[in-house]
Write a protein that binds this ligand. Structure first.
Ligand SMILES: Cc1cc2nc3c(=O)[nH]c(=O)nc-3n(C[C@H](O)[C@H](O)[C@H](O)COP(=O)(O)O)c2cc1C
Length: 187
């Protein structure tokens, strides 16, 4: 698959086969993430890999509790997130077997963008290897919490940027909906 094709047919995957992602593939993905450009080649990224489905289930439950507590006084639920995350059997990681989270390990304000570039590399590379991925923003508050960082031995100054689930896709959405590029100036 060439890179343009890989960009066109990458979709967020939310249904996975049970097969685990082999360690060699994880290592390859981590390496492709580190090939992203970064300001002054600072490479301000660190990685946490979780392949323990029981731990992922626990993190899903904790993330849901954080979200529901934070939004408990909201009068409306325009996207249906509260309704969805209130369901006991809803797993925010869609029962994926692997979660890779990129943490920014620098306070430099450019580090966030650098880590997002690494995350995009990882998603495109995953697609080219036949793996599906989906960024799970719902997991970010937990993964960035002081408690969780302490539990996993992550330095308190690092911050979670991109929680990314990975696995072999069981369903691949077709088509995509995108706005045309808004061109502000072109001389
Ligand atoms: C910052 C960010 C946070 C996201 N958080 C979630 C999430 O918590 N759960 C989820 O199912 N999808 C999440 N997504 C996936 C988006 O819903 C998805 O990228 C978007 O709908 C476009 O679809 P596509 O990726 O298939 O092109 C997130 C994507 C981004 C970039």
């Amino acid at each position: 698959m060439d890179v343009i094709e890989c960009i066109y047919n990458r979709r967020s995957i939310r249904k996975f086969k049970a097969d685990p992602v082999p360690v060699e593939m994880i290592n390859k993905l981590l390496e492709t993430a580190t090939l992203a450009p970064s300001s002054s080649n600072s490479q301000p990224w660190s990685f946490v890999v979780i392949q323990d489905v029981n731990l992922l289930k626990e993190f899903s439950d904790r993330s849901k509790a954080i979200f529901l507590e934070k939004t408990k006084d909201n009068a409306s639920d325009p996207y249906g997130y509260r309704a969805k995350l209130s369901k006991p059997d809803f797993n925010i990681f869609y029962n994926a077997s692997t979660l890779i989270t990129i943490y920014a390990n620098s306070k430099n304000k450019l580090a966030l963008g650098d880590c997002c570039l690494a995350a995009q590399n990882l998603m495109i590379a995953a697609n080219s290897l036949g793996l599906g991925s989906c960024w799970i923003g719902f997991a970010e508050p937990l993964l960035d919490s002081a408690d969780l960082k302490k539990e996993l031995g992550i330095p308190p100054t690092y911050y979670a940027v991109s929680p990314m689930i990975l696995g072999y896709p069981a369903i691949i959405p077709t088509g995509y909906s995108r706005k045309a590029p808004e061109i502000l100036f072109w001389k």
